[in-house]
Design a protein around this ligand. Structure first.
Ligand SMILES: C[S@@+](CC[C@H](N)C(=O)[O-])C[C@H]1O[C@@H](n2cnc3c(N)ncnc32)[C@H](O)[C@@H]1O
Length: 252
């Protein structure tokens, strides 16, 4: 098992080592590498489907995930595309083109996801179960709760929901919405915590069905052994994988 820190997808690893940080955004290269690897793992396991992101902004994380897709799969990027100005969509399209993501492989969706029903969201994402959803839109617990409802209703049975800015000091109670969600959906698990790089590249949570955890957790611990915090995480009565850029234990 190699310990090289890379996704293993040539187009994605090229983007991560060149354009990723030149695209304005708030996701870490650390998290994008691990999530790219997970998309590769899904492809190898025969888990097929499109992907979606809520909160695409200028496309930093979106481009990474779209470059990890298999032929014929599509990426949908939801955003208001009005913050901080109306040029954000054009800049997103420019970054995608420069990064080699062709326009036939993705669709920007200029919608307020807070106003979408689960059926409307499903219709806007191809009408089939999604294998990966990244939620990084409005950062209130109420809005995250709604975005989680959209994601849950449209998730592939073996798919992953990825949540950004968990445990971010600027959003200390955002995680409450995740706790509520997991209590309401006892069949879902916090499978992995991807730790922060810094204050603008905060941790992400990865959630999947309990019966899909085994598809991912051992593989993650082996593939990213050098980033594995061996104590793991206490995840509401379950144990989750924790990956961090520089794992170490406190001295006692
Ligand atoms: C933190 S930024 C996303 C960063 C991006 N995912 C990245 O990795 O670089 C949050 C984005 O969510 C969008 N947003 C906020 N509320 C939204 C809503 N109700 N519906 C859709 N997008 C929303 C904002 O316009 C903003 O571009």
């Amino acid at each position: 098992m190699t310990s090289v820190f890379a996704s293993g997808i040539a187009a994605l690893d090229r983007y991560l080592s060149t354009d990723f940080t030149a695209v304005p955004g708030m996701s870490s290269r650390f998290a994008a590498t691990i999530c790219g690897h997970l998309l590769r793992r899904q492809t190898e396991l025969g888990i097929r489907g499109d992907i979606a992101e809520i909160g695409t902004f200028e496309g930093r994380f979106f481009i990474a995930m779209a470059l990890a897709l298999a032929p014929g799969e599509h990426a949908y990027g939801f955003d208001l595309f009005s913050w901080p100005d109306d040029g954000v969509l054009d800049r997103f399209l420019g970054h995608a083109a420069r990064s080699g993501l062709t326009s036939d492989r993705f669709t920007p969706r200029p919608f307020d996801t807070g106003k979408l029903s689960t059926a409307e969201f499903g219709g806007l994402t191809g009408g089939q179960p999604l294998r990966f959803l990244h939620i990084d839109g409005e950062h209130s617990p109420e809005a995250l709760g709604h975005d989680l409802t959209l994601a849950h209703a449209n998730l592939h049975p073996q798919g992953l929901i990825c949540l950004d800015d968990m445990l971010h000091p600027g959003y200390p109670f955002l995680v409450v919405a995740v706790h509520d969600y997991l209590r309401r959906h006892q069949d879902m698990r916090l499978m992995c915590v991807i730790d922060r790089e810094d204050i603008v590249a905060a941790p992400k949570f990865l959630i999947c069905r309990a019966d899909a955890v085994a598809l991912y957790e051992t593989d993650l611990m082996q593939r990213f052994a050098a980033q594995h915090f061996v104590l793991g995480g206490d995840a509401m009565g379950h144990h989750c994988v924790v990956l961090t850029p520089e794992p170490r234990l406190a001295e006692v």
